[in-house]
Design a protein around this ligand. Structure first.
Ligand code: AP5
Ligand code: ZN
Length: 217
């Protein structure tokens, strides 16, 4: 399957993507994670992305589209993928259409995670990420690690993302409404959008998502 996951910052895209990718046996491709990996490795791409991410703005398309395309062309993505955080504006959506057309494949669904704004603010404020694996995501209140500051899965150090501070979060939400939300209508016109509520327990949301994708029990 080829799926695009869309939803505001803090909706739970990364959390759900880890489970959905496993259930569907497809790689999870997150442009945010790719940027963060480049930043921690000190690459030129990472240096370029960091200033935009710190400000809560989109990294320019000329950097993002090439990086996403390279990742989608890796052998493990030949049979399908779950895109998380890409596309994020209309020109990226059009670029993705070109990439898919060139490869002779199509999207199966665009899964839209709906969460009220006050809830995403709470989710982001308490989020803690593992330094070793971006799929290990915790929340100080909703899914606390057994030992404070330590990843339950791998023992890695937990940290708060640099762009998870209040001012930046507000900017990210604004960018989501102005730049990313229009892609939902773009995909609605193609009949691809399935919208689900991302409220409730993580496992409940995963079950809802699998059902919406036609892969329920
Ligand atoms: P990115 O990394 O994509 O961040 P985002 O879209 O803002 O989304 P988040 O990672 O903040 O949230 P999420 O929805 O994954 O939530 P999570 O599962 O962690 O992008 C970061 C930046 O990179 C952008 O601002 C931009 O600068 C740049 N960028 C990335 N892609 C780009 C692109 N295509 N073009 C240009 N720039 C790009 O969950 C959040 C918290 O909630 C966690 O603590 C979790 O434990 C908790 N939680 C999850 N589910 C539940 C639940 N059901 N109940 C209670 N708590 C829950
Ligand atoms: Zn970990």
């Amino acid at each position: 399957m080829r799926i695009v996951l869309v939803g505001p910052p803090g909706a739970g895209k990364g959390t759900q993507a880890a489970y959905l990718a496993e259930n569907l046996s497809i790689p999870h491709i997150s442009t945010g994670d790719l940027f963060r990996a480049n930043i921690s490795q000190g690459t030129r791409l990472g240096q370029k992305a960091q200033e935009y991410m710190r400000a809560g703005q989109l990294v320019p398309d000329e950097v993002t589209i090439g990086m996403a395309k390279d990742r989608m062309e890796q052998p493990d993505a030949a049979g399908g993928f779950l895109l998380d955080g890409f596309p994020r504006n209309l020109s990226q959506a059009e670029a993705l259409d070109d990439i898919l057309r060139e490869a002779g494949v199509t999207l199966d669904a665009v899964l839209d995670l709906e969460v009220p704004e006050d809830e995403v603010v709470k989710r982001i404020a308490g989020r803690r990420m593992c330094r070793n694996d971006s799929g290990h995501i915790f929340h100080v209140q909703y899914s606390p690690p057994r030992t404070e500051g330590v990843c339950d899965v791998c023992g890695g150090e937990l940290y708060q993302r640099e762009d998870d501070h209040e001012d930046t979060v507000r900017k990210r939400l604004e960018v989501y409404h102005t730049e990313t939300e229009p892609i939902i209508d773009y995909y609605k016109a193609q009949g691809l959008v399935v919208t689900i509520s991302a409220l409730g327990k993580v496992a409940e949301v995963t079950a809802r998502a699998m059902e919406a994708l036609g892969r329920g029990p």
